[in-house]
Design a protein around this ligand. Structure first.
Ligand SMILES: Cc1ncc(COP(=O)(O)O)c(C=O)c1O
Length: 367
């Protein structure tokens, strides 16, 4: 048996999640966000699976866009942060990469470039996140400059991004929508242009933000979460299952300790299963004792610090565990959001930081 730690990627679930986004916002089109190697799932296989459904893709930089083009993805690709340097513009024009335009340096570079084709631009307004975007009062002037440039296509999209759309107990998303709508209302040149506000959380829970273009990311991978219950969360399906097997078993007497630093101590005579999956496989090192692990189909608690290649689990209450028993670290039964919470992080980080070591095994999409 070779090392059994694997990341199973369910491309059918991926397509289901994409369709969920478009069903929740049937008047909108959805850009599939596949940056950071499709949140750790493999940008090329994910984009290939979604290509029959998605009119365009979203990535963080031109290198990520080129990876998709080189693999034969022909759909438009939006660079979500736009260009970093002016020399990217010629490639963007030649490859039909769409550009977020979020600051005046980018505007200058675009209008001064010599290009083979006009660029599709998304003008980003800072509606309150204060990370990227033009000031609302700059919108009309920037649209005038872009409209006057032969380097810019006529179909500009006005966009913004939310800081806390996943925090349903706060009012900040409503305030951002209001700020955005006021910026558009005050800009005569923005009238009638398409708009894009919604990341996953807004698609799932803020219908007022749906507009013409959606930008789903984490929900495609089944990892969206909120600060309170919401009926749409259960409609997403997990895409990545991190699985492995039990590689060793031992009986301990009450009082004995397990793993580095002996963090976990047996409170009773116990059975400890050692599993081939550690932080070198993307399992979070900060997971606390008690983090749920599915062993032989039964939930059991992590017992002891996570090592690079292994974890230890208290399987005293799990019947029939043997060397070779199946383990799910997260996936269909153990929600990745539970594991993330037990490690003080978020699903985005766990999947995006998934290293190459666990072999990715793709279950084909049926579209
Ligand atoms: C501009 C932009 N749009 C959309 C997304 C997708 O967000 P989410 O993964 O929360 O759906 C991101 C992610 O960071 C983003 O930066």
């Amino acid at each position: 048996m070779s090392r059994p730690c694997r990341a199973l990627i369910d491309l059918d679930a991926l397509c289901h999640n994409y369709q969920l986004a478009t069903e929740l916002a049937p008047q909108s089109q959805a850009i599939a966000v596949v940056k950071a190697n499709a949140y750790g799932h493999g940008a090329v296989p994910v984009a290939k699976a979604l290509a029959p459904l998605a009119p365009a893709f979203g990535v963080a930089c031109i290198e990520e866009a080129m990876e998709l083009r080189s693999a034969g993805i022909e759909k438009p690709i939006l660079l979500l942060e736009g260009i970093f340097t002016a020399d990217e513009l010629a490639t963007a024009a030649a490859q039909n990469f769409w550009l977020m335009v979020e600051n005046l340096n980018q505007v200058e570079a675009i209008i001064n470039a010599e290009l083979s084709a006009p660029l599709h631009c998304w003008v980003k307004v800072d509606s309150g996140m204060h990370r990227l975007g033009l000031q609302p009062e700059q919108l009309d002037d920037v649209l005038a400059v872009l409209n006057n440039s032969a380097n810019v296509h006529g179909d500009i999209v006005i966009a913004s991004h939310f800081a806390s759309a996943d925090e349903l107990t706060r009012e900040t998303t409503a305030a951002q929508i209001d700020c955005f709508d006021r910026a558009v209302a005050a800009a005569p040149l923005a009238q009638g242009l398409a708009q894009s506000l919604s990341n996953s959380a807004a698609i799932l829970a803020h219908p007022k933000a749906h507009r013409q273009w959606l930008r789903p990311g984490i929900m495609l991978y089944g990892g969206a979460d909120f600060d309170c219950a919401h009926k749409n969360l259960a409609k997403q399906k997990p895409v990545m299952s991190l699985v492995s097997k039990v590689i060793s078993l031992r009986s301990l007497s009450a009082g004995e300790r397990v793993g580095y630093g002996g963090r976990w101590q047996a409170q009773r005579d116990s059975i400890i299963a050692t599993i081939a999956c550690g932080y070198g496989d993307g399992y979070p090192r900060h997971a606390v004792d008690g983090t749920p692990v599915l062993v032989n189909g039964v939930e059991a608690p992590l017992a002891g610090k996570v090592s690079m290649d292994m974890i230890t689990v208290d399987v005293t209450d799990v019947a029939g565990v043997k060397i070779g028993s199946e383990v799910e670290l997260w996936g269909n039964t153990i929600s990745i959001n539970r594991v993330a919470a037990a490690a003080g992080t978020i699903s985005y980080e766990l999947i995006t930081r998934m290293p190459a070591r666990p072999t990715r095994i793709y279950r084909a999409a049926e579209n």
